[in-house]
Write a protein that binds this ligand. Structure first.
Ligand SMILES: [Zn+2]
Ligand SMILES: [Zn+2]
Length: 92
């Protein structure tokens, strides 16, 4: 079982993370929901969004921290409507 590759973190609920130039099925890294964003990855899709303003400053743009704009949109759409209450949002 993979665990978060952030130094010192042993979280096993991880996202498989891929750099943009990774054309294989093998993830570059595994990070937990907390550390994925710190390394520039969306913790939902595992794609690299480092340096993208809408990701780095998601909360300023009205999104969710650590989630890319695409996943944030999909999550909102899946809930059926835009809801202020994110507390009942569970992923994985
Ligand atoms: Zn971690
Ligand atoms: Zn995403």
């Amino acid at each position: 079982m993979a665990h978060c590759q952030h130094l010192g973190c042993t979280e096993e609920n991880v996202t498989a993370c891929f750099y943009p130039d990774n054309e294989t099925e093998q993830p570059n890294e595994y990070y937990c929901t907390v550390h994925a964003a710190k390394h520039g990855f969306c913790y939902m899709c595992g794609q690299f969004w480092g340096g993208v303003e809408s990701f780095e400053f998601a909360t300023i743009f009205g999104g969710s921290e650590g989630v890319c704009e695409i996943c944030d949109y999909l999550a909102s759409a899946e809930l059926g409507e835009f809801d202020d209450d994110d507390d009942d949002c569970y992923w994985g």
